[in-house]
Ligand binder design. Structure first.
Ligand code: MG
Length: 235
């Protein structure tokens, strides 16, 4: 299975620095959205991508999961050693080709509120579950999805890499169909544009490069209040 992938990032209209990071490698793509004072968020997201690059080309599900746990430990240890980096963390979402029972499949991994979407047969579906306060409130029936979208604390995460010595990593194994498309993105995308607008771009922009760029540009035009990172993957 070959992934045809493209990445794009914009700092947005408000932030001074870009704390997002992304990677596109052979059979492995990822998006990370760092947080923390000064440059700490950039360090956390960049460290995560560096750790993931080391498993590009590996096809065992356990190696991908292990790389995310390793990234968590590295960020956590680095923050503990360096007061300037104290409290740093990052989201991460990953899509990779794995071999499961002798068959090539796709594996999705997630910690935090960056997202992986699947687009196929004209339908956009969020694969990952956000580890955010508002998502937990929606699950409990205490907020509607509409209220969550504009909630002042919608950036508060319930899980991130680097915050604790050990982290829980969500994982899914998918069997993709020919022509499936996946989108990985930071919250700077979906906090600015709707699922309908995302689907419209994924439908109309045939080339992954163009789709990744147009999505990010639309989010910037719609407000650009955060860094925006997109990775579009055709299977
Ligand atoms: Mg963000």
């Amino acid at each position: 299975m070959e992934l045809h992938a493209a990445e794009f990032t914009l700092v947005g209209l408000v932030r001074q620095a870009n704390e997002d990071a992304s990677m596109v490698g052979d059979g492995l793509v990822a998006v990370a959205d760092g947080m923390g004072g000064h440059l700490a968020g950039e360090v956390a997201s960049a460290d995560t991508v560096t750790t993931l690059r080391a498993v590009v080309g590996m096809r065992a599900p356990g190696e991908l999961v292990g790389a995310v746990h390793l990234a968590n430990r590295r960020i956590h240890d680095r923050a503990a050693e360096n007061p300037e980096l104290h409290g740093m963390g990052t989201t991460v979402c990953v899509l990779g080709v794995v071999v499961d029972d002798g068959d090539e499949k796709l594996m999705v991994l997630n910690v935090g509120d960056s997202r992986v979407y699947h687009y196929g047969s004209g339908v956009l579906t969020q694969v990952t579950e956000d580890h955010s306060l508002v998502e937990a409130l929606v699950r409990d029936g205490r907020l509607t999805p509409e209220e969550a979208e504009v909630h002042p604390q919608r950036n508060v995460l319930t899980r991130a890499l680097g915050v604790e010595a050990v982290v829980e990593v969500d994982a899914w194994v998918l069997t993709p169909a020919d022509g499936d498309r996946f989108l990985l993105c930071s919250d700077g995308l979906f906090n600015e544009i709707t699922d309908g607008q995302i689907a419209e771009v994924l439908e109309s922009a045939k080339d992954p490069d163009a789709a990744a760029r147009i999505l990010a540009e639309r989010a910037e035009t719609a407000g650009g209040r955060d860094n925006i990172t997109t990775v579009v993957v055709d299977v």
